[in-house]
Design a protein around this ligand. Structure first.
Ligand code: TXE
Length: 502
């Protein structure tokens, strides 16, 4: 099987694991040219479902980042002065190109990450298309503020590009989250140096190929592959990078913030979550069960918005939990590249082991495993894969490590509550504050409880219903700042107020 050779630079050695799909080796894109790391160092790219080598990428270091930042800096004057329509047209063309290659890109995402190809086809790639289209439209139609001063003066505000942005993204939704940053950054006239997760670099390389094919000016979009503490850290520390948009773990976010703060860089941090799902006894039970299961297990539980802490009002506790376990059991891990598979592999063996450690902690702390809690037995090459069964744990203290720390895998804990007050207290007593979902038919309660949740986003009777105009981001240890719609346009620009005396 050959995978999108047209999207990745050629002249490449093929991957070495027998039977693995032929994926050309990934390269950096710096100043309009594809290249390896200066010292030739590489990192393996592993298919986590079969533990096989897919290809390699450059293990870039500070010298590679330096070259990419210089290219982005050189491209900035022309790109920042280009017409809005030119930038918006490029984003629309990128969206069209991604859409045309949806099948190929979904396959790459599935191979790289272990996610079901059906999910990548239905969510990851279409949402990347939507992000490029949305920000093309948003920048075309953007407005700025005007503050007249009773006939004395007129204030108006311009939004100017900032300069070179560093865009650092995680492995769970690789192209989707990269497009969420690249599109608004370029739309507002910035140039960028992007570093995808070293665990899932394939679709970022494909995006670089698309931008090249479309004739994006050299240096406007630069891609540097590599490890976080090397390439990532070098981007954050580079004095010519004027802003950083980072999505990833909370501990990494703290390191990024510490490096960026003394240089007063613009900084957006989308970090971890331990999101509560609150289920009230008056909910539409079947819908709540399906919604909670989706929130718990979508993408194998590897979405920062996943609801892994499920709080259920006591009168329906047993019925709800039994039905949830049935939903969990129905999600059978299987070959991610089989279009019929709904539940794939985790991103890596190391991550699967981390998930297993949290389940072991839960057992130690008196948790009762209602289902899952182990790696499934799968046939053939899949036996080597990083699979883990959907797991529901009852009987744990809501203050236990498993119930309060971000696991980022297919593990949910369930906890009963007796009234609204207790539900809100349990929802809010973690260090994170990214998202919450609540299930009730009582509209007054929906408003009342939503207003009390310490959380950047609240869904009522739904989960992960996204409108690209709304603010996206978290509070507490879930991050700083908001992206989405005008919030992204504002983050990726500087306001300049002009006051004219009349
Ligand atoms: O994230 P990292 P990882 C959470 C989740 C997961 C944990 C670790 O809990 O288990 O984070 O995942 C780059 N300077 N989330 O290890 O390490 C890194 O190369 C600059 C939540 O993948 O934070 C990658 O490109 N960059 C999250 C990106 O940061 C650095 C999604 C994220 O990697 C760096 C993924 C450094 N010092 C994981 N160190 C979400 N909220 O969506 C690493 N990186």
């Amino acid at each position: 099987m050959t995978v999108v050779p047209s999207l990745v630079p050629s002249a490449t050695p093929r991957s070495k694991t027998p039977g693995a799909p032929a994926i050309p080796r990934g390269q950096n894109l710096i100043g309009g040219g594809f290249c390896d790391a200066r010292d030739g160092a590489t990192l393996p790219v592993i298919d986590p479902a079969r533990d096989r080598l897919l290809t390699t990428i450059p293990a870039s270091g500070a010298a590679d980042v330096d070259a990419a930042v210089a290219a982005a800096r050189d491209a900035f004057p022309a790109w920042s002065a280009s017409a809005t329509a030119e930038r918006a047209d490029l984003l629309d063309a990128v969206a069209d190109a991604i859409e045309r290659r949806l099948g190929e890109l979904a396959l790459l995402e599935s191979l790289d990450n272990g996610k079901p190809v059906s999910l990548a086809r239905a969510v990851d790639i279409p949402r990347a298309v939507a992000n490029f289209r949305f920000f093309a439209g948003a920048v075309r139609h953007q407005q700025t503020a005007c503050h007249p001063m009773d006939g004395d003066a007129l204030n108006y505000t311009l939004r100017r590009p900032v300069g070179v942005f560093g865009l650092i993204t995680p492995w769970n939704l690789p192209l989707y989250l990269l497009s969420w940053k690249v599109a608004p950054a370029l739309a507002m006239g910035n140039t960028v140096v992007a570093k995808p997760s070293e665990l899932t670099p394939l679709t970022a390389t494909a995006l670089a190929g698309i931008l090249q094919e479309l004739g994006a000016p050299a240096g406007v979009f630069n891609l540097v592959h590599g490890r976080g503490h090397e390439a990532g850290q070098a981007i954050v520390e580079h004095p010519d990078v004027r802003g950083v948009s980072f999505t990833g773990g909370t501990a990494t976010g703290a390191r990024v913030a510490a490096a960026a703060a003394p240089m007063f860089k613009k900084l957006s941090l989308e970090l971890g979550g331990k999101n509560p799902t609150l289920v009230f006894a008056d909910c539409e039970l079947d819908e709540a069960v399906r919604g909670a299961a989706r929130a718990g297990f979508a993408n194998q539980g590897q979405i920062c918005l996943c609801g892994s802490r499920i709080l259920v009002e006591r009168p329906i506790y047993r019925r709800f939990v039994d039905a949830l376990v049935e939903e969990a059991r129905a999600r059978t891990p299987g070959d991610p590249q089989d279009p019929a598979t709904g539940f794939g592999a985790l991103v890596s063996a190391a991550h699967r082991d981390k998930v297993a450690r949290y389940v072991a902690l839960a057992r130690r702390d008196g948790g009762v495993l209602l289902c899952g809690g182990r790696a499934p037995e799968l046939p053939g090459e899949l036996a080597r894969g990083a699979f883990y069964e959907p797991t529901v744990i009852d009987g744990l203290s809501p203050a236990s490590e498993t119930a309060t720390e971000e696991i980022f895998g297919p593990v949910v804990t369930v906890h009963p509550f007796d009234d609204e007050r207790e539900a809100v207290r349990l929802a809010n007593c973690v260090r994170y504050g990214l998202a919450a979902s609540l299930w009730t038919r009582d509209l007054a309660r929906a408003h009342r409880v939503s207003a009390q949740l310490a959380s950047g986003m609240v869904w009522v009777n739904t989960w992960l219903l996204r409108d690209l105009r709304v603010p996206f981001g978290g509070m507490k240890d879930s991050g700083v700042g908001r992206e989405g719609g005008r919030f992204s346009l504002e983050f990726f620009s500087e306001s300049r107020n002009i006051c004219i005396k009349l």
